[in-house]
Design a binder for this molecule. Structure first.
Ligand code: GTP
Ligand code: SPV
Ligand code: MN
Length: 610
């Protein structure tokens, strides 16, 4: 009997099986019964361990190989016929070369294993927003993750019918050898090949590979946006809900903002927060010519370290059951722990590599060793989040009032500023930068330019992507306002100037007030910033000095920034939209004016009234 009714799908599975040589092929139908069998299989082959059924019901524990703990951007390629179509922002390989090289690693790689066929929908099944993919994988861990992260199974095959279009995703752990690892995208063939890794972002092919790299390519052709953004709704007691979409680079606070809990001082205002998504937003202009967004996923693949009942109580509640923990500390009683989590690890705990570990332990190099890997993660269903919303399943998504860009900048970028208009906002997004985190290989702390938090995820030439953003703005009747935030500014001693987390609602309040034209602002060289008294600081004891430093705009530091931006933009050559250069020159002029006079002004931040 054939695998499905879809002849092309069946043929492709056969071809891939000929290459990978699995012992058997299993179609994933999305049923609970089959999921249970998969858990048993993964427990039997050691891919996962069972956690305490009383403390963490339905939860599993997994360790990746020590050399396989984050996305490997240097092994990630976009394979287009023309190198220029991948752009300077991507590693490039010719498609034939890609298939040939990865094909060698795939050859016979599934011997002794089962090949799972996982049909999935990004977005509600049947929504005009949605895209279907089928992932072939030899990892039960991957299947169990996909069952949480996306809509999987029979419904998807039905939607696909006899000949529907789908993304061909092939993954094999192979020998988990970093020298045999490649993550390849073939936008012209709607195909993804990933081999030699078992780490989330490299192997959950729905996510960064389809959800962002291929989707951004499709979105460019089909006039929509696929973005590395959270989506969160802020509801007022009168029932009005405003949704914002925010792009921060990996491990820079998307999950936290998406699940924000109002701080005590603002509780009387009676806000409710609705979490729509924490990592990916697909956005379209609807018939009202406004921007609408869906989260195409159904789960969180969130950073564990730093998550605790104070910083993110909703996340802590979300991960109490049916959650897969990867690379965290394993306690002897079958519970888990991570750095800056709740409580303390137990005596006899094991670190993420399975070695005996206790706080203060040092590694072979004599340096303190962490129990959980800094990029350790939890996989959990969104519906378990106390702030999840039924609008998750609405086929047309939620309307977007504001777009926020943000990075991790110890210096320079103020707590919040608003762009002057859409084109300036696109420039702000295109030139944003952030310090590297543990979510990608590279030197942690180095500042790199990461336009719209999409540098590792834009599946085509970013110059064309900027042009696309500019065009989308023109096609809307009502454009969301564009802002930039920075929760991570530090003082001279390296201490954060802003408390962050739930307190970020104070900034969101101002952002929404600006969207409704309810408050004025100061006009500065880089954009509009709040008048101090428009930020509601009730219950927050922040020294006035901190607030001043948070909004300080240092013209000299910004002139250095300008030079770095220029270097970055220049690599796109004549393909870069001319209007971005116009924005760049306008910023330079405004900064020069600031530097030549008012910078020495003792007043807070040299504002002129708008
Ligand atoms: P990806 O899943 O990698 O795309 O990342 P993300 O943007 O969802 O990151 P996440 O929200 O998980 O944040 C990662 C780290 O940033 C955690 O260690 C958090 O504790 C820290 N963080 C988040 N929000 C804030 C904040 O407002 N202030 C400070 N200081 N740290 C924060
Ligand atoms: C990120 O790195 O931005 C993530 C985690 O969201 S991963 O899916 O592994 O890419
Ligand atoms: Mn991400």
């Amino acid at each position: 009997m054939s695998l499905t009714q879809h002849a092309d799908l069946n043929r492709w599975v056969e071809d891939m099986a000929k290459m990978c040589r699995p012992d058997g092929i299993v179609l994933i139908d999305g049923s609970e019964r089959q999921r249970q069998e998969l858990v048993e299989a993964a427990l039997a082959n050691g891919e996962v361990l069972k956690l305490s059924e009383s403390a963490l019901p339905g939860c599993l524990y997994h360790r990746t190989a020590p050399n396989d703990v984050a996305r490997t951007e240097h092994l990630t390629y976009v394979c287009t016929s023309l190198k220029e179509d991948a752009g300077p922002n991507n590693n490039w390989m010719a498609p034939q070369e890609g298939y040939r090289r990865a094909g060698k690693y795939f050859e016979g790689s599934m011997r002794g294993r089962t090949m799972y066929v996982v049909p999935f929908s990004m977005g509600p099944v049947g929504s005009p927003f949605s895209k279907i993919g089928v992932e072939l994988t030899d990892s039960v861990y991957v299947v169990l993750n996909l069952l949480i992260m996306v809509r999987v199974g029979k419904d998807v095959l039905e939607e696909l019918g006899l000949g529907g279009e789908f993304t061909r995703c092939v993954h094999s752990k192979a020998d988990l050898n970093v020298d045999h690892r490649l993550i390849l995208h073939f936008p012209e063939d709607n195909t993804i090949w990933s081999v030699g890794s078992g780490y989330g972002g490299n192997v959950l092919l729905n996510k960064k590979c389809l959800g962002l790299r291929l989707a951004s390519h499709m979105a460019h052709k089909e006039n929509w946006l696929a973005e590395h953004m959270l989506i969160v709704g802020i509801e007022e007691p009168n029932g009005r809900i405003d949704y914002v979409a925010a792009a921060f680079p990996s491990a820079c606070g998307k999950t936290n903002l998406a699940m924000l809990v109002p701080p005590d001082g603002l509780k009387v205002k009676g806000y409710r927060i609705w979490t729509v998504g924490d990592d990916i937003a697909w956005m379209r202009i609807d018939t009202d010519r406004k921007l609408w967004a869906i989260n195409p996923e159904t789960g969180f693949f969130g950073v564990a370290p730093g998550t605790n009942s104070r910083t993110n109580p909703s996340a802590m509640k979300t991960v109490q059951r049916n959650t897969i923990f990867t690379n965290v500390v394993l306690n002897p009683d079958g519970t888990v722990w991570w750095e800056d989590g709740d409580g303390a690890p137990q005596a006899g705990a094991q670190d993420w590599q399975g070695r005996p570990w206790q706080p203060g332990a040092t590694g072979e190099d004599g340096n303190p060793s962490k129990g959980a890997h800094p990029n350790s993660r939890y996989t959990a269903p969104i519906v378990q989040c106390p702030s999840h919303t039924f609008r998750m399943d609405h086929h047309h998504g939620v309307p977007v009032s504001a777009i926020i860009f943000g990075g991790r900048r110890a210096h320079l970028a103020p707590l919040v500023y608003q762009s002057f208009d859409w084109a300036h906002g696109v420039y702000v997004g295109a030139t944003m930068a952030s310090e590297l985190t543990a979510a990608q290989y590279g030197k942690i702390g180095n500042v790199r330019r990461d336009p719209m938090a999409m540098l590792p995820f834009c599946g085509y030439n970013m110059a064309d992507y900027f042009e696309h953003w500019l065009r989308i703005g023109v096609r809307m009747r009502w454009q969301p306002k564009i802002f930039h935030v920075n929760w991570f500014r530090q003082d001279e001693d390296g201490a954060y100037l802003w408390p962050g987390f739930g307190e970020n609602l104070r900034v969101l309040e101002w952002i929404l007030a600006r969207c409704r034209n309810d408050v004025g602002a100061y006009k500065t060289a880089i954009g509009f910033i709040p008048k101090f008294y428009d930020l509601d600081m009730t219950g927050l004891d922040l020294p006035a000095e901190n607030l001043r430093k948070l909004f300080e705009i240092d013209p000299e530091a910004w002139m250095r920034e300008i030079a770095d931006i220029e270097k970055f933009l220049t690599q796109f050559g004549s393909r870069l939209p001319i209007s971005l250069w116009a924005e760049h020159e306008a910023l330079r002029r405004r900064l020069e004016e600031l530097g030549s006079g008012s910078a020495k002004d003792p007043k807070p931040f040299n504002p002129t009234r708008s």
